[in-house]
Unconditional design. Sequence first.
Length: 294
Amino acid sequence: MTIVAGTLIVLILLLALYIVFLQRQLRNINRQLDKRLTEHTRQPIRLELLSRELNTLAININKSLKAEETLRLKSIREEKNFKELIANISHDLRTPLTAIKGYQQLMENGDLSGDQQKKLHIAQKHADELGRLIEHFFEYSYLLNTEPEPHIERINLTNLVAECLAASVPTLEQNNLAVQFEETPPIFVLADKEMVTRIIQNLIRNCVQHSNGDIEVRVLAADKAVLSFKNPVNNPSVIDVKRLFDRFYTGDKARSNSTGLGLSIVRLLAEQMSGSTSASIQDGFLEIRVELPL
């Protein structure tokens, strides 16, 4: 009995030591992983003591980390190439469009029949639309490549929204759209005035292009300032609100005349000012919200 008891005690001690050993190695692995995350190092996981199972675990962790790093670097290269492609496309398209518009102006000054003038005006309309699309490409590539530093100042968001809406009245009337803008006490934000103006203009343009009725605009104050644009849409079931701010997302045929970059620019600008964007659809109404720091 004494021998059996002694053997059990030895086994228990060995098991306890092995458990302590495992805990020590696991803590060591956790420290190294935490160091990789906090210090952004690329050091592989190393073990101080030998254990076949733990060595296998460390090897597999290192393989996974290396594969993730390879994918990350590949993604960075692809993103860089994409940014350069967008910049080159926007630049290359502007040059021939300038020539097209120039020849259209020369034709307009010539002797044209009524039918020819009608066809020329249609061509000019499409050239102007192409120009707006190219400007979106150019603006988006600029924001991606330069990442301009926002000039943060105290801005009366309520007044700025009212001014942008007033400037857009001719366009809204031309498209038979009315705007309901709730009067509220002034709400101030800490933001870049030029960037916020561009956000508001893009939201107005988005409504003009895709709204199926009158537009509701609100400026609210909660934890942050909230700018809300709400309008009815055709075929709300085919619009994926989770992808609405993705670049080149058009969603449905109603958005086929759009680059899908307008709302992407809104998100980029908002995030550069520590803000955020969101979208939701309810009862056939699309609401786009932009939050900015008070």
